[in-house]
Design a protein around this ligand. Sequence first.
Ligand SMILES: Cc1cc2nc3c(=O)[nH]c(=O)nc-3n(C[C@H](O)[C@H](O)[C@H](O)COP(=O)(O)O)c2cc1C
Length: 187
Amino acid sequence: MKYIISATNRPESNSRIVAGILQKIYKNFNCSTEIISLRDVSFQKLIDNPYPQTLPENVRQVILKLNTSSAFTIVCPEYNGSFPGIFKFFIDHWTYPETFEYRPIAFVGLGGRFGGLRPIEQLQQVMGYRNAFIYPERVFLQNIDNLLSDGEIIDQEIMSLLNQQAEGFLKFIEALEEKKLSASTRN
Ligand SMILES: Cc1cc2nc3c(=O)[nH]c(=O)nc-3n(C[C@H](O)[C@H](O)[C@H](O)COP(=O)(O)O)c2cc1C
C-alpha cells in the first residue's frame, strides 16, 4: 500500500485537504492510497510515556503500515520555519531501519510565501540521513489559503505539477521495485 501522510494534527488542516486532492490524483493513475492524518492518531499515551519499550497499540499499528508500505508521500505545512513538532515527535517513534531505509518518499510542502520550502528541505535532511529514497521532484504550494477553494485547487499549473509529481513518483517506485531496491522489495 502507498500512503499519504498529512503531517499535522491541527483541526481543519489544509494539509489534510491537500492529501485528499493528492489521493484523487493517484486514483486517476489507478493507484489506491491511504491517508494517514496525524489528526486521526492519538498521541496522548505517547506524550505521557514517550519512547516506551512497547508503543501504544494505535501508534504501533500506524508505524506498522509505514514499515510495510511500498512508498509514501509526505504533505507537510510550514510552522515557524519548520515542520510541525508533532510530526517530529511521530518520526522519533518510527523504527530504524524499518520505516526509513530504502523507502521511496515524495514531498509536498505548503505554507505562505515560500510554500513550505523550509520544512520540506529539513525533512529531506532527516529522511536522507536515514537512507530513504527521496524522490527529487517536490511541489510547493504557496499562499495556501488563497490556493484552496471549497476543497479544490483551482490553479491548473499547480494541479499539473501535482500530477507530474505523482506520475513520476509512481515510475520511480516501479523502477526501484523492479531492481528489488526499494524497502518493500529488498530481501
Ligand atoms: C503554528 C503555525 C505556524 C506557522 N508558521 C508559518 C511560517 O513560519 N511560515 C509560513 O509560511 N506559514 C506559516 N504558517 C501558515 C501555515 O503554513 C498555513 O496556515 C498552513 O495552512 C498550515 O497547514 P495546516 O492548515 O495543515 O495546519 C503557520 C501556521 C501555524 C498554524
